[in-house]
Design a protein around this ligand. Structure first.
Ligand SMILES: NC(=O)c1ccc[n+]([C@@H]2O[C@H](COP(=O)([O-])OP(=O)(O)OC[C@H]3O[C@@H](n4cnc5c(N)ncnc54)[C@H](O)[C@@H]3O)[C@@H](O)[C@H]2O)c1
Length: 254
């Protein structure tokens, strides 16, 4: 997919990986709509990079539908969706106070998994109804954000791991389901990236992840993530796959 001139949606676009991705897409000529939960923040981010901002909680189905309508009215049918909205969720399955609080567990699943699926399915349906483009008759591309914790679940990360593991599992499944309509589905599983979310990670965990990386031994920059998004857009042979973006690190148990 040539992103130049395409309408694109980026959830979690007001911060971190989503904001860097949106900026790179705008630079590549895409007409980008940022979706994020706080109206002031999403509008400020959109103004900063030359995008359109829509406040939307990805767990609120009516708000998602309304946001997609507004984005389409502004830019036409989005051919690219990058799902970056997400929250952390440190909690033991059985902690000092007993079994995990299911409302807290469900909240992480709700934002990271249900929110992603809600956007993915609603945006895919719109892509499927649009005209095919290019030599492969492609109609659209969805890129979800997983995490390497989906593969090496760390102690105290059960809700987050479950939410990201489901995104990994859905990648091939959704790609198969959408293939007849020319819509690709990919996921990126980042390691540790320098964003506001990583500020909550304890320093000793950060040190372990950085020192266990093969090369380079540093935080990932949000721009590294955005670069991969653009590569996935360009390369139509990438489909149904999760790409680890982690400098080769394998997470320890804690
Ligand atoms: N930073 C890392 O090291 C790292 C590693 C692996 C995976 N990830 C994943 O990458 C994605 C982006 O994270 P980030 O590091 O850029 O974090 P971030 O906190 O900078 O950005 C996340 C964005 O999602 C938004 N968001 C949260 N809940 C929302 C909701 N209900 N509706 C709409 N927007 C909502 C936030 O407002 C925020 O702008 C997340 O899915 C995260 O789990 C991050």
């Amino acid at each position: 997919m040539d992103v130049n001139g395409q309408a694109a949606l980026v959830t979690g676009g007001a911060s971190g990986l989503g904001l860097a991705t949106a900026r790179a897409l705008v630079c590549a000529g895409a007409r980008v709509t940022l979706l994020d939960r706080d109206a002031a923040l999403v509008n400020a981010a959109a103004d900063q990079i030359g995008a359109f901002g829509v406040s939307c909680d990805v767990t609120d189905e009516a708000a998602v539908v309304a946001a997609l309508e507004r984005a389409e009215a502004a830019h036409g049918v989005a051919r690219l969706l990058v799902n970056c909205a997400g929250i952390p969720g440190g909690m033991r399955l059985v902690g000092r106070d007993g079994p995990v609080d299911m409302a807290r567990f469900a909240q992480v699943i709700n934002v990271n998994l249900i929110g992603t699926v809600s956007l993915m399915t609603k945006a895919a349906a719109r892509m499927m109804a649009a005209e095919p483009q290019g030599p492969d008759d492609e109609r659209g591309l969805i890129i979800n954000t997983a995490s390497i914790t989906a593969y090496e679940g760390q102690i105290g990360q059960g809700a987050y791991v479950a939410s990201k593991g489901a995104i990994v599992a859905l990648t091939l499944q959704a790609a198969r389901e959408f293939a007849s309509k020319g819509v690709r589905v990919m996921a990126i599983a980042p390691g540790l990236f320098q964003t506001p979310m990583a500020q909550d990670v304890p320093p000793e965990v950060i040190d372990a992840i950085v020192s266990d990386a093969i090369f380079p031994r540093r935080f990932g920059n949000p721009e590294d993530f955005a670069d991969l998004v653009l590569s996935i857009c360009r390369n139509p042979m990438l489909n149904g796959e999760v790409i680890r973006l982690d400098a080769g690190v394998r997470l320890r148990a804690r």
